[in-house]
Design a binder for this molecule. Structure first.
Ligand code: ATR
Length: 284
């Protein structure tokens, strides 16, 4: 029986078991996917014993994503290294592969929901400079966005991403710009895409307060927050006529590559899965 799961501390908030068990059932696969609480002090021990314990791999969630990259750095691919975090571990022939599938989640979500959207058309504004922002920026670079403006409360973190992108991917200096948080409304002029990668707007967090009046009505707005599904940002954008994409699809699409690697089936993201995961959110 194929064995996988998600490690975190705590881990009960994770929606990954719901997603993977839905697929295991749908495809009638003899496998297991469990939520595994791993205390930070036991993380290294858990990783070392994974092969012996018959795991095909695991997803990694808070607070272990960065630490796994540190411990298994030799097994990390360039995506995990640029993003600075591992969310998926795959064991193949007793070897570890550590990756980060958030950039795939972001791109597939937007492409699926807005297939007509042309990433190469204009500039993208990315709010935030954490792990999620790095995943989104990597995706945008792969999708040939001509100009990316990063705006984050802590400016230095945006500068670090810019430097790393130039160094790791030979990105042209003028392709990534860094803006001040206080200028957030101003930089929306001429933007084709606006993405919130911070946790602002999520239930229990502060609101994301931005004035969208400079944003062209033709711009697409995406929030990676999925709880609530319609954040204030998306609601405001929609009301003024912008197209919007919510964050649920990113969560579902980032899960698919791990499932395929472990269980050998490329899973479909269907409406029943969306419904099932949303029901899980309500219960959390
Ligand atoms: P993740 O890996 O999910 O991206 P993270 O690395 O902790 O999480 O990043 C969180 C992001 O949300 C950061 O860009 C953070 O801004 P700072 O770099 O200034 O900390 C942003 N963020 C969180 N709370 C915020 C707040 N109250 N106002 C503005 N930005 C906030």
């Amino acid at each position: 029986m194929i064995k996988a799961g998600v490690i975190g501390y705590p881990v009960k908030h994770s929606l990954s078991p719901r997603i993977h068990n839905y697929w295991l059932k749908k495809y009638n696969i003899k496998g297991s996917y469990d939520a595994i609480e791993v205390h930070p002090d036991n993380l290294k021990g858990f990783l070392v014993s994974m092969i012996k314990n018959g795991f095909s791999g695991v997803n990694v969630t808070i607070p272990h994503k960065e630490k796994v990259l540190e411990i298994l750095n030799n097994a990390a691919d360039p995506f995990a290294k640029f993003i600075g975090a591992v969310n998926t571990i795959i064991i193949k022939d007793k070897n570890f592969i550590c990756t980060n599938t958030d950039f795939i989640g972001f791109s597939r979500n937007v492409i699926e929901k807005e297939p007509e959207f042309d990433f190469s058309e204009g500039k993208a504004v990315v709010i935030g400079a954490g792990g999620a922002a790095r995943a989104v920026i990597f995706a945008l670079l792969s999708l040939n966005v001509p100009e990316i403006i990063i705006v984050n409360r802590t400016r230095e973190k945006s500068e670090i991403i810019k430097t790393k992108a130039i160094k790791n991917f030979q990105v042209a200096d003028k392709k990534i710009l860094v803006a001040e948080w206080k200028n957030i409304s101003e930089i929306l002029k001429n933007a084709s895409l606006l993405v919130n990668t911070t946790s602002l707007g999520m239930v229990g967090q502060n609101k994301l307060e931005i004035d969208l009046s400079n944003l062209p009505k033709t711009a697409l707005v995406n929030d990676i927050v999925y709880n609530p599904l319609e954040t204030k940002l998306l609601k405001t954008a929609k009301l003024r006529g912008n197209k919007v994409v919510d964050g649920l699809g990113m969560l579902l699409h980032q899960a698919a590559p791990g499932f395929e690697a472990w269980f050998g089936v490329r899973p479909e993201i269907d409406d029943n899965l969306r419904k099932f995961v949303l029901e899980g959110l309500v219960k959390k």
